[in-house]
Design a protein around this ligand. Structure first.
Ligand code: WTA
Length: 657
């Protein structure tokens, strides 16, 4: 571990610093003193944050910790839907816009908090009419349309945990999730708009339900595109009709703080997807607080856009529960960034005067690839804060994001968290933290995180190791649905003595103690005993002017343990004549940027990279290519033809010495 730590400290040589702008600090929601306050007494701190919510009855105990099982705000009761909607209307903000919806074809809807309340109430009544009771699970399989938000809040209102399944998942994946959660109802739509054309969703539900016996009694169908769909009488119900006949009011019951709010499936390294369980009081406390602190939301003036899909945890926490509990005006966009043109995001930012943007580094790198001239054609002056999430952000992308999108004036917050953590855990505070491109900096107030070695000992500054969470936190997963043993085994068995939560990520502490997330532990390579992050090599490659995007994997090597293999997309397309020369230059470039040990054994010039529908690069498949293996499962790829393209390119583009 010592060796690798030293290597890492040599590798990380990013020196640029960005102080928070003075005027930002002056009016920031959260100041530097918060860290001390939270350190003085963590539980008092979280109890204060919980007071930002409306509780129906008080808790008797802030935290009951029987490792690894936590209960927060024991005995307290509240309603998440009331916190996200009713209380804002009651406080006189009914006319404020809750959602600016933009459909891919350009249709728009503006929904005020008062209108959202009415929709949620009608939907809650409709769910009740369909026999959904407190505790029943509801699967939601919808495109990015406002009904998804309404459906989630209606479920929360009546205490029926939702299980949102990303609309890009197949019928098989949907079936597996419906079966595991034993869902009683599926909420879906006929389809949505994708890349300029209607795409279908309902057929996948029909297919899923035909795969075997399920507990589903009804399918509630939103009409979005008007396309022809099959209809099962008695089972299928139209959303609009079901809501129309309901009263516009619904008395929200209070739920226990530990009442399940939702299940969200996420893939583990092995086995079937895990149903991550989140409950009500602690989850809402932390998403609300982190949204307030990290995004500095000013409800009266900000327009906030989280460009994630509602099918992922980012959408749950930072499109729905965090922002709406803080009375944000949110932008919701149905489509892809390149439809009908590659300036669509920037057009939307100008149109709605978006002031806060939250997205993933993959998107940022894609925009870089498309060229800075595209955003330059739009008025982005409304932006005042930029956020990044989901994967390590390489310094090049961070700087591009700040400069080209943020006009070199906006703070950038790189936020680390997971489906399991429910809310942001490690991030700068935009009015407080001096940021470094590529570093998520430090744990938020009230959060305990550290980097430890194999034995669970904290590494000194300059050292690298495993990221762990050292204290329970309010929005922590309460378990894996129906599998307590797997919960304990996956997250709590790596460092049982210390009782740390094992995040599965590698990280480094720099000389200031700031944290650099290095990606999943399985994506950290070990070359001749040196620990090198795939991300770092990628970052080095991307800093070369000819490189648009890069993905690096560790391939098994008989001599060095692992060897670095890079897949590179060239800016402006590649030319096979220049291939060999360029590959040599790129290897040298990496050696110059990081050191000779990081020099890729092999660089393959490819036209595309394999990505999941959520935009994550599927390194597993690249590793298969790098190790000359037959390709593994390609069904989760957004575009399965990508692998054919890559393999077709290989014989001429690979170089080795
Ligand atoms: C990675 C997404 C580096 C990490 C919210 C984590 C990050 C996994 C960052 C969780 C970040 C997320 N820097 N890596 N800012 N944010 N990750 O469950 O490997 O989809 O374990 O949650 O994404 O992914 P998940």
């Amino acid at each position: 571990m010592t060796d690798s730590s030293e290597t890492l400290s040599n590798l990380l040589h990013e020196q640029r610093r960005f102080e928070p702008p003075r005027d930002f600090t002056a009016s920031a929601n959260v100041g530097a003193a918060t860290y001390e306050q939270s350190e003085a007494d963590r539980l008092v701190f979280w109890a204060e944050q919980a007071q930002r919510l409306q509780w129906e009855s008080p808790w008797s105990e802030v935290l009951q910790w029987r490792p690894p099982f936590a209960k927060w705000f024991v005995g307290g009761t509240l309603n998440a839907s009331v916190n996200c909607v009713d209380r804002h209307v009651a406080a006189g903000h009914g006319e404020q816009v809750a959602i600016h919806f933009e459909g891919e074809p350009g249709d728009t809807r503006t929904i005020t908090y008062a209108e959202l309340l009415e929709q949620v109430c009608r939907a809650a009544n409709a769910l009740t009419e369909l026999g959904i009771e407190k505790g029943d699970r509801v699967a939601i399989y919808l495109p990015m349309i406002p009904e998804a938000v309404v459906a989630m809040l209606a479920c929360a209102r009546i205490g029926a945990p939702h299980s949102v399944v990303f609309g890009g998942f197949s019928s098989q994946a949907l079936y597996d999730r419906i079966v595991d959660a034993e869902a009683k109802l599926v909420i879906t739509s006929d389809g949505g708009y994708r890349r300029g054309a209607p795409s279908a969703l309902k057929p996948a539900v029909d297919e899923a339900l035909a795969k075997g016996r399920t507990t589903v009694e009804h399918v509630l169908v939103v009409v979005r595109t008007g396309q022809e769909i099959d209809w099962v009488d008695g089972r299928d119900v139209r959303w609009a009709e079901a809501l129309e006949r309901q009263p516009a009011k619904h008395e929200a019951p209070a739920h226990d703080a530990e009442h399940p709010l939702y299940i969200l499936y996420t893939s583990g390294t092995t086995g079937k997807p895990k149903g991550i369980l989140h409950t009500t009081g602690g989850y809402l406390t932390q998403v609300s607080y982190t949204h307030h602190a990290v995004f500095d939301l000013k409800p009266d003036s900000d327009v906030y856009w989280c460009a994630a899909d509602i099918g992922w945890v980012t959408g749950h926490s930072y499109i729905v529960y965090g922002p709406l509990s803080n009375r944000a005006t949110v932008v919701m966009y149905e489509g892809t960034p390149d439809t009908p043109h590659r300036g669509r995001w920037w057009e939307l930012i100008a149109k709605y005067r978006v002031s806060i943007l939250y997205c993933a580094p993959t998107a940022i790198r894609t925009f870089m690839k498309w060229g800075s001239d595209i955003p330059a054609q739009h008025d982005l002056s409304s932006l005042r804060l930029l956020g990044s999430v989901g994967e390590p952000i390489n310094p090049e992308a961070w700087i591009w994001y700040r400069k080209v999108i943020g006009g070199d004036r906006t703070p950038v917050v790189d936020t680390w968290w997971q489906t399991e953590t429910g809310a942001i855990m490690i991030s700068p505070l935009p009015g407080v933290t001096s940021t470094k491109p590529g570093s998520a900096t430090r744990p938020l107030p009230g959060i305990g995180a550290d980097v430890v070695d194999n034995e669970g000992r904290p590494v000194p500054n300059g050292g690298g190791g495993f990221l762990v969470l050292t204290e329970p936190w309010p929005s922590m997963l309460r378990g894996i649905w129906g599998d307590d043993a797997r919960y304990t085994e996956t997250y709590w068995s790596r460092f049982p003595e210390q009782g740390y939560y094992f995040a599965g990520d590698g990280a480094k502490k720099d000389e200031d103690g700031d944290l650099w997330l290095l990606g999943r532990v399985d994506d950290v390579m070990n070359v001749s005993g040196h620990r090198i992050s795939t991300t770092e090599v990628e970052s080095a490659l991307v800093s070369h002017p000819r490189v648009a995007e890069a993905a690096v994997v560790g391939a098994t090597d008989p001599t060095t343990g692992q060897a670095i293999v890079a897949f590179v997309i060239l800016r402006g397309g590649g030319d096979s004549d220049e291939g060999e020369l360029l590959v040599r230059q790129l290897r040298d470039h990496v050696a110059t940027e990081i050191g000779p040990i990081a020099k890729p054994r092999q660089i393959m010039l490819v036209p595309e990279l394999p990505k999941t529908r959520s935009g994550k690069i599927m390194r597993r498949l690249l590793r298969d290519v790098a190790e000359n293996r037959q390709l593994g499962d390609v069904t989760t790829l957004a575009d399965s033809s990508v692998m054919d393209l890559i393999q077709a390119k290989l014989p001429t583009a690979a170089a080795e010495d």
